[in-house]
Design a protein around this ligand. Structure first.
Ligand code: ADP
Ligand code: MG
Length: 680
């Protein structure tokens, strides 16, 4: 007999697994007994015996009956065959057909009783047979994701063997008190009812418990990491709140209460002797920059340096300009420098020297901030704007080179709350949920290309009345040069039609200095209308712009359109967005309609998910949500929330690791820890 020890034994211990099957199973991600026992079916087929009168057309069913005709069999084509016979089920007689299973013909004899599983065609009274069942005892049949190297049947057999051998070693990992609160089944029951359910209800209950287990294990690992990060790299920066408030009083506007609230949340974190990892979430135009500027001001006054990293040069430059202006207007002597790839070498060298000597207070830049030779004197806080534009690695480098500063990430790509707790699980989240007062709701319209001329003359009129406008040209993903060509064409066209207004052109190939001049001219009113590719998408701030025309709007995703629209509506005048498109797909139409219907980023993010459907793995991946084997973080959002809540409570309980109620969980986590590290 095999000496059963634990579920982390290799599956080699199970009878019937040789080298070939071992490697096939490994390919499916199954290495130990636990992997095997938690490799659950995707779906089930109901093999319980039905009768024709209550069965639905097209349904997969099993019928039990007697063969009442002499079976007919013939080959046709190269390798095709057809077998048909009549079968009597109570009073009904139906015809049964099997394609391409010639070996079955020997099993069909007149008067023999059979159970046949197949697809029922009610009109024709026909069953398209798939297989002959031996016995109807095992009524629900699980279907597993398998590969070409291993068959369903084999896998089921292996799982049966493993379950028989190991079922008594399956212990409950979820602590008893938590299991009780959320009605989580014992682990052995979960495994049994997912592989070998007696009813659909059994399996769906087991799946809920398995989902909780999966989410809970994910969350507990996350919360442990978060907890240890907070405590291990803690540093208390003593921000003087009064100084920050005095600075805020010098701003040209009053902060919204949401801005004030998040500033307080962030400052509390920075002052506490913990490491901050916080996400500031707020819709486009909600005023995140000034929140960051206020906190940074406090950090600098407390004797530390600060960093702001932005994804594009335009944005970095704009931040440098706006933030230093805020400080200067407040009469504060703070040294702000800009570091991007277009900064000259000699100037760059000077910046680096002054940075490491502590002569620079705030360094704002692009990816240039994470070059190896960028060294800090005493970095207190790093702000990462449009954080979703950066990879995990890049964020980590900034943190490492700055020797674990507090991190404030900012994003205007709101994702629905249901996904946020998974995607942002390792961060604390602050949300700005209101726009500055006095803003008028942006009016959004759809238009067709044959209305474009009219639209341009309308824009022309508005410009003559003092408005400023963007015209955004189509996104051509395959080709940069087409992208630019489109922008150039639109530019020429508008220029020729309206020689009395000043027009600018902006695209990716415009040299950075010129780009800069164009944006400044646009901001200062020397340019009335800016034709641009999507380089203006993220963050560009010209408060005077009130019109944005988006050409081929159906080429953009919903959140991108929302970002683009956010370029206007930044003052107290009425702003307009016109989506020009002749969409060819229903999905395109729906996206445009959604944008017309709502100006709320969170609502649109939810809508986006619905339009894509929860099966859209890419959409989910883009929001940073990991893959789950059992649960679906959108459909099972409530379970995720419960799992997160219990994990947070547990990890924040004193000495939870020593409490015997958590013994199996702690053991499980330490056994699987190495593995999680390896997968990183
Ligand atoms: P985002 O959150 O999209 O980054 P910004 O920080 O660029 O938004 O702010 C958008 C615009 O709103 C800027 O022109 C900014 O000066 C202005 N702004 C920020 N806060 C307020 C406020 N409380 N009242 C009025 N205008 C504000
Ligand atoms: Mg911004």
């Amino acid at each position: 007999m095999i000496n059963v020890v634990t579920l982390i034994d290799s599956i080699e211990n199970i009878p019937g697994i040789g080298e070939k099957r071992l490697s096939a199973l490994n390919d499916l991600g199954i290495f130990n007994i636990e992997d095997l026992l938690t490799y659950y079916p995707r779906r089930y087929e109901d093999m319980s015996v039905q009768i024709p009168s209550t069965s639905i057309d097209g349904q997969k069913v099993a019928f039990r009956g007697n063969v009442v005709s002499i079976p007919s069999f013939r080959f046709f084509g190269a390798h095709k065959s057809i077998l048909t016979f009549k079968m009597k089920i109570n009073l009904d007689v139906i015809s049964v057909t099997f394609f391409n299973q010639p070996w079955l013909k020997n099993q069909i004899e007149t008067n023999k009783e059979l159970i046949i599983f197949g697809v029922y065609n009610k009109n024709k009274q026909e069953l398209n047979g798939q297989k002959i069942l031996n016995d109807a005892a095992n009524t629900l049949q699980g279907y597993y994701p398998v590969s070409k190297d291993i068959q369903q049947k084999t896998l089921i057999q292996i799982i049966q063997n493993a379950y028989a051998l190991y079922k008594n070693d399956i212990v409950n990992i979820i602590p008893e008190n938590i299991a009780k609160t959320f009605n989580i089944l014992p682990r052995q029951k979960i495994i049994e009812n997912l592989h070998f359910p007696k009813t659909m209800l059994d399996s769906s209950n087991a799946r809920k418990s398995a989902t909780f287990e999966e989410f809970f294990l994910f969350q507990i690992r996350l919360q442990i990491l978060k907890y240890s990060d907070k405590t291990n790299f803690g540093r208390s920066i003593s921000i003087n709140t009064k100084i920050v408030n005095d600075f805020i009083k010098t701003l040209p506007y009053k902060l919204t209460s949401a801005q004030q609230k998040v500033i307080n949340e962030i400052i509390t974190d920075v002052k506490a002797p913990i490491h901050m990892n916080r996400l500031l979430q707020g819709d486009v135009g909600s005023g995140k920059t000034v929140v960051a500027a206020s906190v940074i001001f406090g950090v600098i006054e407390a004797g530390y340096q600060a960093a702001v990293m932005a994804p594009t040069e335009i944005l970095a430059r704009q931040h440098a300009y706006n933030i230093s202006k805020l400080y200067a207007d407040a009469g504060q002597n703070i040294r702000v420098e800009l570091l991007t790839s277009s900064v000259k070498k000699s100037i760059r060298n000077q910046i680096l020297e002054d940075l490491v000597n502590g002569k620079i207070d705030l360094l704002i830049g692009t990816h240039s901030l994470i070059q190896k030779d960028v060294l800090w004197y005493k970095l207190g806080i790093a702000v990462i704007d449009e954080q979703h534009r950066f990879g995990v690695k890049q964020r980590a480098i900034l943190r490492e080179q700055g020797e674990n500063p507090d991190i404030l990430s900012m994003t205007a790509t709101p994702i629905p709350r249901t996904l946020a707790i998974t995607a942002y699980g390792e961060m604390d989240v602050s949300t700005i949920n209101e726009l500055p007062s006095g803003r008028k709701k942006i009016k959004t319209y759809r238009a067709s290309f044959n209305e474009l001329e009219q639209i341009y003359s309308w824009v022309h009129q508005l410009i003559l009345q003092g408005n400023k406008a963007y015209v955004v040209t189509p996104l051509i993903e395959e080709s940069d040069s087409l992208d630019i060509q489109n922008a150039e064409m639109a530019f020429e066209e508008i220029k020729n039609s309206f020689p009395d207004i000043k027009i600018g052109l902006l695209h990716g190939k415009v040299p950075s200095e010129e780009k800069n001049k164009i944006l400044t001219d646009f901001k200062n009113g020397k340019i009335d209308l800016l034709v641009s590719t999507t380089v203006v998408e993220v963050g560009v701030d010209n408060p005077n712009a009130t019109i944005i025309i988006i050409l081929d709007a159906d080429r953009f995703g919903l959140s991108q359109l929302h970002q683009l629209r956010g370029r206007v509506g930044r003052n107290d005048k009425q702003s307009y967005t016109v989506l020009v498109a002749d969409p060819k797909t229903e999905y395109g139409v729906q996206r445009l309609n959604a944008l017309v219907a709502s100006t709320d980023g969170f609502e649109l993010a939810q809508k986006d998910l619905e339009l894509r459907g929860p099966g859209d793995v890419i959409g989910i991946k883009q929001s940073g949500v990991p893959d789950f084997a059992v649960g679906n973080p959108i459909k099972d959002a409530q379970i995720m929330e419960d799992a997160q809540q219990s994990a947070i409570e547990l990890v924040n309980t004193k000495n939870w690791e020593d409490n015997k109620i958590n013994k199996e969980l702690v053991k499980y986590l330490s056994e699987t820890m190495q593995r999680y590290k390896d997968f990183d």
